[in-house]
Design a binder for this molecule. Structure first.
Ligand code: PLP
Length: 383
């Protein structure tokens, strides 16, 4: 039975709580091998491009699967086999992107900063001066475990000024943070259906500069993830190369209608920012320490140090909140044990305040009093 009101509240960063209309749109069987569905697909791709003001210089290409498939398709299709990549690393997803680049055998150098921090434009400029052989730079817009938001436009300016190519993982920000492809210069950016679009999982996209796609013909070691082939088929027959995730697409169309009805990306970004400010203000006010500093705190997710109090038992708290229909999660970072609260999806202050009230009540009933970060305690012990 379809019981939309019995689902838990998703405060994990994806998948997330979706609108009933989005889930209801999936209750159809639709033949994707028709000219009508092809036209619908082209319309959907154009709609996604328009959200970041990407013009005719860009193509939007679908990549079925998880977000990581879109990231892999972007790297495989755009980085030449003799290219060299500078991977900016500051958390789980940038480590995964570096590993992706490595797995496909491309040469790379990495520059890592602590989880919770971001690489700034001056540091990037210095790095590129030191590595004139680097052809491509990869970066994550928002690291979705640490909650750190990179200064994308500034980084893009540096890469463009240095004459290199910029590949961006925009999976957790696209649609929920304003991005303007007319001002922020990159060769490609990734997105999935199930984050700020508030759709369901199963489909990603790469928005690519056509010139880079053309130059990338033959780059890909993978047949199914080859964006140049996907682009060719789309241009030739206005259809999919392989069976599309039909119901995911129907849900995404409804989700994008919802985004439009909300007032577009600017309105959604304001709602997420208000959600994130609420979570940060209330949990910081209660005594928790956020991992990311104010200068890079994202509107997507807020991540906090687990406290040193031995009565703070994160798995137990997660289970207790789950029993009350709220899902939140541990954040695996390289520097500290953290928990995180996602601020995206069909949620607002009502749900977030209820979550925090219950969470603080659970802490009090467990007798947790010392919220000093566990990891800071270690630093003090080592000092
Ligand atoms: C969610 C996410 C991904 C992809 O996750 P999948 O589990 O592969 O869908 C990639 N990068 C970032 C920044 C993300 O937030």
């Amino acid at each position: 039975m379809f019981t939309p009101d019995r689902d838990p509240v998703f405060l994990i960063p994806g998948p997330l709580s979706t609108a009933t209309a989005t889930r209801a749109a999936m209750l159809r069987d639709v033949d994707p091998w028709t000219p009508e569905f092809g036209a619908r697909t082209i319309h959907l791709l154009d709609r996604i491009k328009a959200l970041i003001h990407a013009d005719e210089e860009f193509a939007c290409l679908p990549v079925p699967g998880a977000g990581v498939n879109a990231v892999e398709a972007m790297c495989a299709s755009l980085i030449p086999r003799d290219g060299k990549v500078l991977c900016l690393v500051n958390g789980h997803y940038s480590r995964q992107m570096r590993d992706t680049v490595q797995a496909m055998g491309r040469a790379f150098v990495e520059h890592a900063v602590d989880d919770g921090q971001v690489v700034g434009p001056q540091v990037l400029d210095d790095l590129l001066n030191r590595h004139p052989d680097v052809t491509h730079v990869t970066a994550i817009h928002c690291e979705t475990v640490t909650g750190a938001l990179a200064p994308l436009a500034e980084l893009a300016d540096v890469v463009a000024r240095q004459g290199r190519r910029f590949l961006v993982d925009g999976i957790s920000t696209f649609g929920g943070v304003e991005i303007d492809a007319r001002k922020t210069r990159f060769d490609a950016i990734t997105v999935t259906a199930n984050k700020c679009f508030e759709g369901v999982p199963g489909l990603g996209f790469v928005i690519c500069r056509k010139q880079a796609l053309e130059a990338g013909q033959g780059n890909s070691h993978s047949f199914s993830l080859d964006l140049h082939r996907t682009w060719q088929v789309l241009n030739e027959v206005q259809s999919w190369r392989m069976t599309p995730p039909v119901q995911v697409i129907l849900a995404l169309e409804a989700a994008l209608d919802g985004l439009q009805a909300e007032g577009g990306v600017a309105a959604r970004a304001a709602r997420y920012r208000a959600n994130a400010d609420l979570v940060r203000r209330r949990l910081t006010g209660a005594g928790f320490t956020p991992l990311a500093g104010d200068e890079c705190a994202s509107p997507i997710i807020q991540t906090f140090h687990c406290p040193r109090d031995p009565k703070f038992d994160l798995p137990d708290l997660i289970a207790r909140m789950k029993a009350r229909d709220y899902l939140f999660s541990r954040g695996r970072t390289a520097v500290a044990v953290t928990f995180r609260v996602a601020c995206i999806g069909q949620i607002g202050p009502g749900v977030l305040n209820s979550f925090i009230d219950l969470f603080l009540a659970e802490l009090a009933s467990a007798g947790v009093t010392d919220l000093t970060p566990a990891s800071l305690m270690q630093e003090t012990a080592n000092a």
